[in-house]
Design a protein around this ligand. Structure first.
Ligand SMILES: [Mn+2]
Length: 318
């Protein structure tokens, strides 16, 4: 049995979408909310013959990966997060690149020689890799309004991945992936009335409107930190809201802190767009933190550690 294991955000879903449009395959899907990255351990070794892994850190899934390849299961691994060691095994084929301007869907696009490049552009916009997305759009000769449509779709799919559990999400990532499989061309989806595109669009604008009233916890030249209440809408909107703040103020870092039901903070940290480094290293200093240089997070930051977090971030980007 083949297993497809993928992050539930735009990048993870669209990485798999490109692969399965190119090579349809009966598979068992394993995914979750965007922050649910320890997915590989869910693959049952006794049932799997091969596994495709997309857009989740190899470092965070290392022991599960070793278990699979040591049991002679073929693994194809594509990712752009912190990776630690790459096991040397003939059972593992990996494409790993942690460049801040590349995402998993762009790596898959290269692997497929641009076969579903419009989808790769959607994913790059969704992962807030605007420069890469625009460059690729121009190569494809897309008009400004076509670019804006693909960007909107990427943002909405990305937005849909944020939540504490799948219950917070409008559409479970697995369902969203299966739905998108009917659209080899994203413009077909965008042009269709009453599609998931319009559903997500409405939901996105409603949540963003609420976020615009967020409480400012801290603000200086290096950092703006905002607090969102403990609610499903906050958990859905935190990441894309952070991206929008970053785009509006590219010289400053942004932290969106959403209160968890247990009174800790769910932290989404964006490095300044003009200085895409350090976010992953800062968040990794906290027990439940990690991520990439440009965008990272902490799942549970206790209120006592808020001061330390703000100090670390504002010093780093000063
Ligand atoms: Mn990604």
């Amino acid at each position: 049995m083949h297993f497809d294991v993928f992050n539930g955000d735009a990048d993870g879903i669209i990485a798999l979408l490109q692969l399965r449009l190119a090579e349809p395959k009966k598979s068992t899907l394993i995914t979750g909310v965007k922050r649910d990255i320890q997915l590989l351990q869910q693959v049952p070794i006794t049932q799997a013959s091969s596994v495709t892994v997309l857009d989740i850190s190899m470092e965070k899934n290392y022991s599960a990966l070793e278990g699979l390849i040591n049991n002679n299961i073929k693994v194809f691994y594509v990712d752009h997060h912190r990776f630690g060691d790459i096991p040397n095994s003939e059972n593992l084929t990996s494409i790993i690149d942690t460049d801040a301007n590349i995402c998993t869907s762009l790596l898959v696009n290269q692997h497929l020689a641009g076969r579903y490049v419009l989808w790769a552009i959607v994913a790059a916009f969704g992962d807030n890799m605007l420069q890469a997305a625009e460059e690729l759009s121009e190569k494809q000769g897309l008009s400004i309004s076509e670019q804006a449509q693909l960007k909107a779709l990427g943002i909405y799919i990305n937005y849909n991945g944020y939540g504490l559990t799948v219950d917070d999400l409008h559409i479970a990532p697995e369902i969203l992936f299966k739905n998108l499989l009917s659209y080899p061309n994203p413009f077909t989806l965008i042009d269709e009335p009453d599609s998931i595109f319009s559903t997500l669009e409405k939901a996105y604008f409603s949540d963003m409107k609420q976020a615009s009233n967020a409480k400012v916890l801290y603000e200086n030249e290096a950092l703006q930190a905002l607090e969102l209440e403990d609610a499903s809408w906050s958990r859905r909107v935190s990441g894309v809201f952070g991206n929008e703040l970053a785009n509006q103020n590219p010289a400053r870092a942004h932290a969106v802190l959403t209160l968890n039901p247990d009174s800790t903070y769910l932290v989404s940290l964006r490095a300044p767009l003009e200085n895409k480094q350090g976010a992953g290293d800062i968040c990794a200093q906290f027990e439940t933190g990690g991520g990439r240089a440009a965008a990272a997070g902490i799942n549970q930051l206790s209120l006592e550690k808020l001061g330390k977090f703000i100090e670390l971030v504002s010093k780093y980007y000063q």
